[in-house]
Write a new protein. Sequence first.
Length: 264
Amino acid sequence: MLRFCLTLALFLAGLAPTPAPAATPTSPATPASVSIAAAANLVYALDALNAAFKQSAPDVTLTCTTGASGNLVAQITNGAPYDIFLSADLDYPQALIKAGHADANTLTTFAIGRLVLWTTKPGVEVTDIIATVNNPAVQKLAVANPVTAPYGRAALQVIDHLGLTSAARLKIVTGENITQTAQFVETGHADAGFVARSLVLSPKLRDKGRWIEISAALHAPLDQGVVITQRGAANPAAARYLAFLKSDPARKIFERYGYALPAK
């Protein structure tokens, strides 16, 4: 009888439902994000660009750092976690590529910068570059650091091309980047300065002072280059942002801020 009861108990146990395995917890998807390093001349245009990008990619979080192109390259070379680099020239992105810090296949010219001579000082006219630099009322002439800022190099090329090196030498005050250079002029710490047209056309500065555009023939091209960094190569959102920079909505924004456009 005991043997029968044990056999029946084992039989009934075999009919009991097997507990379902515990569900494996799933981690939430990592939010998409892009870390952008951009040349200082783009500081105001970036606001409009990023707002337009977010309309088509609301799921992507954008973080931006601006500065002199050369300084940003140094940061990326030393491991700064940027996914995409927007430069004021092509030399700096090419340097990153050569050093193995960026993807050569992503290098793109997205806009062409323009240089202007700008003043906010009453009584100083900028209709003639040579006359402005020689004007005794212009005691301080702002130029971005030519070592790290392409717009600063372009400004010195203009000064040299027009034979103004001697006249300008004792007047030059150097900004860390083109944004700081514009701040010198805006606040009156410089009587005039060579700055990016994208800055004087920004909502913040467009009604201040007077400016004249510098002929592009007087300096090396300010082709604005973008490249995805080695870190960003694994980030699909960085590729989406790069594609956006070549889109018609982005090109319209660049035009609004005074950039010329490369051929499609």
